[in-house]
Design a protein around this ligand. Structure first.
Ligand code: IPD
Ligand code: CA
Ligand code: CA
Length: 260
């Protein structure tokens, strides 16, 4: 895995350099299907650079990237890339965004990195070898109960349609008097959970590139990730419930499974 790791770190560092080169400055901003779903020229430049770094060493590998990727190869290796997770923050000069890169081999996530250039925090995990923040081992919080938890969530760009009951779920948790944050980067949300800052995260309509790297980082930090019913989760699923793996997980399921 050493060669893969080296390439992954180089790709993340190159992307982070591009983020900082443009952060707070002027750049082109476009919109995707939903009006609030932005894509900047920096998203595209970062993804292009990441693909270039990967293909310099592994020209046969596939890249599943939010801004198009490059998937026309026959390979067991897929790099799953979000060149900027937290694009809306980035476009508004809010310093909460990151690059997220994972390596999937024959359907299994083996490596993941999430790098937040503005804070200098680099989260990394290798399957079976633990999770690290700037080289120091991390683990989830020991908080047992939901009533003592700090939650974090996000909303899909079509949240106004209450898709998959995203508004209803939020209201249910708010009505319980629980503190909830909405940072605007699913990858960072899950990494903050992995290092013990949050106890639980849920969201609907996520994509593989939002979660692939932080999924492994969380599991390696001792956390748990399922769908809203507590069933087996894959990064290609839409519903994500991620917690520190304590009783909090069951208590979150109880709320998410409330009938509407
Ligand atoms: C978004 C962020 C946000 C989440 C959205 C994602 P993007 O990714 O992760 O926190 O709520 O669902 O689409 O568009 O910034 O890469
Ligand atoms: Ca994203
Ligand atoms: Ca993105």
């Amino acid at each position: 895995m050493d060669e893969f790791k080296k390439v992954m770190f180089e790709a993340a560092e190159e992307a982070a350099k591009i983020h900082m080169q443009y952060y707070g400055k002027e750049f082109e901003i476009g919109r995707k299907q939903e009006y609030s779903d932005l894509v900047t020229e920096v998203d595209k430049l970062s993804e292009k650079k990441i693909i270039e770094v990967i293909h310099k060493t592994f020209p046969e590998h596939n890249v599943l990237g939010e801004e198009g990727g490059n998937q026309n190869k026959t390979s067991d290796y897929v790099w799953i890339v979000d060149p900027i997770d937290g694009t809306v923050n980035f476009a508004h000069s809010v310093p909460l965004f990151c690059v997220s890169i994972a390596l999937e081999v024959k359907g299994e996530i083996m490596l993941g990195i999430v790098y937040s250039a503005t804070t200098g925090e680099k989260y990394f995990a290798e399957k079976g070898k633990g999770a690290f923040l700037n080289g120091k081992k991390i683990s989830v919080s020991k908080t047992e109960r939901l009533k003592d938890s700090l939650l974090v969530t996000g909303f899909p760009y079509d949240a106004m349609n209450n898709s998959d009951h995203c508004i209803d779920h939020f209201v249910n948790f708010i009505k319980m008097g629980l503190p909830i944050r909405r940072l605007g980067s699913a990858a960072l949300d899950i990494c903050y959970l992995a290092c013990g800052r949050f106890e639980a995260f849920w969201e609907v309509s996520l994509h593989a590139w939002d979660v692939a790297a932080s999924y492994l980082i969380l599991l390696e930090a001792g956390g748990k990730i399922t769908d809203f019913k507590g069933g087996k989760y894959s990064i290609y699923d839409k519903q994500v419930l991620a917690t520190n793996g304590k009783k909090v997980h069951e208590e979150m399921i109880e709320v998410l499974m409330k009938p509407y």
